[in-house]
Design a protein around this ligand. Structure first.
Ligand code: FE2
Ligand code: FE2
Length: 288
């Protein structure tokens, strides 16, 4: 039986009016980010809601079985952002014929208080088919994708106090849990294992990369049925993990003006066909 899966990321919906009228804004990281947003970044995402509606229209034309979302819904992790954006995302994620799965991005978990907000507002999409395998962090999450495939989500985003640090990390507990999950016979024997998280699996960099990417890639080495999905970089691409046959897909940003993208996967038995979605003439279409 064939399966259709859509992966998207980094929607970065604009802040609702009045969202900044809160003491939460007086956090050194948010003040710096606010300046950056208004001076450089914000205009590129001003039409993010239109792009999200464009994805809704695409999904109505081309229904999918599963939606996999790798985070960065917001910009500053403020409560008003969550209350405004979560229903919009929920409307999209509910369009999957069978189920959806989500992980947070670093802009969703901006400060320590954002963790609980994300858990509360995205709860329907953080459910696991193997809840006992989740650690104290709430991850990894497992979603069976039919009989031949599975998605496993783990969280690499974490709050930082200082604005210059936006590095990610797989918590040690989640690395161990991931190892155990990948060795479970009912998972190891699946034809396709989609591993999803916000940060790029293979990027290093003390203040911006995934700090323990080496440990993560060492854990994945030698497994032939993996497909790696991530966001965070706001341009889409695909490549093989160096030294392996493992394909990696970055969804880019659904909403960045001029670079809007997602990936659509068709799974037929052992084969996986990936096509990229792009924004053209005010609608999403498949380009390759
Ligand atoms: Fe992002
Ligand atoms: Fe990000």
């Amino acid at each position: 039986m064939s399966l259709r899966i859509l992966h998207f990321s980094d929607v970065h919906l604009p802040c609702p009016p009045g969202a900044f009228r809160t003491p939460e804004i007086f956090h050194p990281k948010r003040i710096a980010a606010l300046l950056n947003f208004y001076l450089r970044r914000g205009s590129k995402y001003a039409d993010a809601l239109q792009k999200l509606n464009g994805l809704r229209d695409f999904l109505q034309r081309e229904p999918v079985d599963f939606l996999l979302y790798t985070g960065d819904t917001l910009n500053f992790g403020l409560e008003r952002e969550f209350t405004g954006a979560a229903p919009r995302l929920a409307e999209i994620l509910a369009l999957a014929r069978r189920a959806s799965l989500a992980v947070p991005g670093n802009h969703d978990l901006y400060t320590a208080s954002s963790l609980a907000l994300h858990r509360r507002h995205f709860a329907p999409f953080l459910r696991s088919d193997l809840p006992d395998s989740a650690t104290a962090t709430g991850y990894p999450l497992v979603r069976w994708l039919g009989d031949d495939a599975v998605a496993i989500a783990f969280n690499t985003s974490r709050p930082h106090f200082m604005f210059w640090n936006s590095s990610g990390r797989v918590p040690g507990l989640e690395l161990d849990a991931l190892h155990r999950l990948l060795d479970r016979p009912e998972i190891a024997t699946r034809r396709h294992i989609f591993l999803m998280t916000h940060y790029p699996f293979d990027e290093r960099g003390y203040f911006h990369g995934l700090r323990n990417s080496r440990a993560l890639l060492a854990l994945l080495r030698g497994r032939s049925n993996l497909v790696l999905l991530h966001g965070h970089n706001h341009r889409s691409y695909t490549r093989r993990v160096p030294g392996t046959d493992t394909p990696l897909y970055c969804a880019g940003s659904l909403s960045k003006a001029g670079a809007e993208s997602f990936w659509l996967f068709d799974v037929f038995g052992d084969s996986l066909n990936a096509r990229r979605g792009a924004w053209h003439n005010a609608r999403f279409t498949l380009v390759d």
